[in-house]
Unconditional design. Structure first.
Length: 397
């Protein structure tokens, strides 16, 4: 696939000088699922090689596992060979504008941004709510993106993290993270700076059968989107505080809700969580039997051939906002495990997440979720995310 495109790279680079078309967006197919993979990811060609990157609307920095002569990535654990910058690759200097801006996008950390030993390197350290982290420095290389309306494949230079030290060191289905937060110098901002897109709008459609798609730019929204004013809450995209309902019953008090595509399950703060758990357990206690399954903490005994066959036993959830309601059918909070038991795909918010409700992938399945940074609003609409038919075919020049 990569080889197929190489003869036209030179030509395509010329496109970068073109004026932006009035409405353009990029669209990338997604792979992965909630269970057992636990990630939805894109495959991007960076420096001409493929990398699987977890799409994460909850963080800003894009990074991939990296092997550099001076800093070996200790255990590279992703599915592809790590990225290898070579001497001719452009390092992004510490102290430069990009590096200064990037540090504003990252949560503050102890290390001084410019290391005394490696003055030239723009170092980064990023730590996620789940406790995982990545350390490295910023490099600058090419990436291919498929642009639509009109469709073409273009190549741009972009700055990203060369991840030399990831914790914990264990196997991962992805090589790194595509940061889609509201960062000033993230991937989306760089697409815009290169005139590939004109609008900072991001959307994802995660299929309940796995896969789906991601778009960035000026996309034609389908009818019926529920919009809420966008708020920023603790670094995340938020439609504001929400009241949780189980069936028609109010559970706990209003909590701040955020969307985070980098989180597999949905997290609810402790007080609300325990009340919800009691309600769910009680409502199915006559028809289902509890079972221990290592996949998740709260499960009921199968075997069930599909979620469809058992979802009738569970009441739907809903989130009430000031002017909107988000309906959460049982299939958007339940997970079927390898042992065919059915489990609650809702967990208690970890300490680092404070009192917020994090809407993760499980609850965003078969929804088109839109983060509109232009009109400062977030939206969602039910959608079958499976088929990719609406991706127009790419016209290779
Ligand atoms: C270094 O990277 C550049 C750009 O990707 C490439 O053209 C060149 O062949 C590479 N050099 C080596 C020694 O790998
Ligand atoms: C990366 O290199 C390109 C080409 O030299 C340059 O236009 C761009 O500004 C650089 N980006 C960063 C983040 O250094
Ligand atoms: C991403 O960057 C924006 C703008 O610099 C900042 O407000 C936000 O808190 C950052 N998000 C994270 C997760 O650090």
């Amino acid at each position: 696939m990569a080889a197929m495109w190489s003869p036209i790279i030179g030509l395509l680079l010329l496109l970068l000088q073109l004026a932006p078309s009035s409405s353009s967006y990029i669209q990338l197919p997604l792979q992965g699922n909630v269970y057992p993979v636990g990630y939805f990811f894109v495959t991007m060609y960076i420096g001409g090689k493929p990398y699987s990157l977890d799409i994460d609307t909850g963080s800003n920095l894009t990074w991939l596992e990296c092997l550099h002569p001076n800093h070996q990535c200790k255990i590279c654990k992703g599915p592809h060979p790590p990225y290898r910058p070579n001497r001719s690759h452009k390092m992004v200097n510490c102290g430069g504008q990009f590096c200064t801006d990037l540090h504003k996008d990252l949560p503050p950390y102890q290390d001084p941004p410019c290391h005394a030993r490696q003055q030239h390197e723009c170092h980064y350290h990023v730590r996620y709510v789940e406790g995982t982290s990545s350390d490295g420095f910023i490099v600058n290389d090419t990436v291919f993106v498929d642009v639509f309306a009109p469709s073409k494949r273009v190549q741009i230079f972009f700055g990203f993290g060369c991840g030399c030290n990831q914790q914990p060191q264990k196997y991962s289905p992805v090589d790194g993270i595509l940061g889609l937060g509201m960062g000033k110098v993230g991937f989306v901002a760089q697409l815009k700076a290169h005139n590939v897109i004109t609008k900072d709008i991001i959307g994802h459609c995660l299929s309940i059968d796995g896969g789906g798609y991601l778009f960035i730019g000026d996309y034609n929204f389908p009818a019926g989107v529920s919009w809420a004013p966008m708020r920023k809450y603790s670094h995340y995209y938020s439609p504001g505080p929400a009241q949780l309902l189980f069936g028609r019953k109010k559970i706990g008090s209003k909590t701040m809700m955020v969307f985070d595509s980098g989180t597999t399950y949905t997290y609810i703060p402790d007080g609300v969580y325990s009340q919800l758990l009691a309600e769910v357990k009680q409502s199915v206690s006559r028809s289902l039997e509890r079972v221990t399954d290592q996949a998740l903490p709260v499960c009921w005994k199968g075997p069930f051939a599909s979620i469809q066959l058992v979802k009738g036993k569970f009441k739907p959830l809903a989130l009430e906002f000031t002017n909107q309601v988000m309906h959460i059918p049982p299939e958007n909070y339940l997970t079927l495990t390898q042992k065919k038991n059915v489990c609650l795909g809702i967990l208690q918010t970890p300490k680092a997440g404070g009192q917020m409700m994090i809407i993760g992938d499980v609850t965003m399945q078969d929804l088109l979720v839109i983060y509109d940074n232009v009109d400062k609003r977030v939206g969602w609409v039910s959608k079958q995310c499976k088929h990719n038919l609406e991706i127009p075919s790419i016209r290779a020049l």
